[in-house]
Ligand binder design. Sequence first.
Ligand SMILES: NC(=O)c1ccc[n+]([C@@H]2O[C@H](COP(=O)([O-])OP(=O)(O)OC[C@H]3O[C@@H](n4cnc5c(N)ncnc54)[C@H](OP(=O)(O)O)[C@@H]3O)[C@@H](O)[C@H]2O)c1
Length: 299
Amino acid sequence: MDETTRTRLAFIGSGMMAESMIQGILRKGLSPADSIWASGPRPERARELTARHGIHGTTDNREATLNADVVILSVKPQRLRMVLRELQGTVRPDQLVMSIVAGARVSFIAERLGAPSVIRAMPNTPAQIGEGISVWFATPEVTPAQREIGRGVLAAFGEEIEVDEERFLDMATAVSGTGPTYVFLIMEALVDSAVHLGFSRRIAQALVTKTVLGSVLFARQSDQHLAQLRNMVTSPGGTSAEAIYQLDKGGIRTVLSKAVWAAYQKSVLLGESLSSDEPQARQSDGRPPSEKMENGGQA
Ligand SMILES: NC(=O)c1ccc[n+]([C@@H]2O[C@H](COP(=O)([O-])OP(=O)(O)OC[C@H]3O[C@@H](n4cnc5c(N)ncnc54)[C@H](OP(=O)(O)O)[C@@H]3O)[C@@H](O)[C@H]2O)c1
């Protein structure tokens, strides 16, 4: 790799999502290990990342940031204020800042850091195996070259979709960022149902996993509407018709829609509480923001 073109990346927050992104970046050869810094409070985590990936693990957020072309904010939402305060004056206006922090708005980050080039992205956990999907928004100050670097970083661990309005990020948080939760919950319920019928857990898990995987690949290859694919297996008076009747009677569509809406509202609320000048301000339901972020602001 040409010394002048290698992108230097600094991850502030070296948890699960940061490591997934680092793995993808190394796999795709976007940047070599010695051009990647990852910073977090625990020295043992820094040593672990260095041993596992050969990157620079550190406990010093400022040091990690100094030489980076891209500073990636990958801490939990409740740590963001503290981290931005710490990095004030260290991040230069010419550095690209990329945030994956749920809810955190670009204006808030840009103002706090005095760095106008900000990309807000919402990846998801299949990034761990290079099968993630990220939705992202860039401020107008992001240069074309930085935009391509940002796109490359996100494409290293899955697909990426750029949007031209930031409000889509809260929607993506509810749909794709939180999406694996819905899928795993539904899969878990199906496995339990199969066990209830009498299958061993091993066979139940195999049946459900392959059915979901096969259906996803089938839907992706097909140009038919999802309802048509479903109709294919719904014969009159048959088993699918019976099952769908019960699913609709139980309100599955409404429940899913309410879940997505609730996740969306939560993301909006996270953004509002982060941007607020009163960190301890109580929200509409009376709970303080810290309590409202009890899930750690997971997407
Ligand atoms: N998980 C998801 O599905 C998902 C999807 C999309 C976006 N996100 C977003 O990604 C971000 C990270 O999520 P995650 O799942 O990777 O969480 P995580 O595994 O808890 O990672 C956060 C990391 O930040 C470190 N940290 C804490 N305080 C810090 C500080 N002051 N300076 C630097 N690092 C600090 C933590 O260290 P310790 O462990 O030592 O506290 C931890 O390693 C969140 O904002 C979340 O909203 C998550």
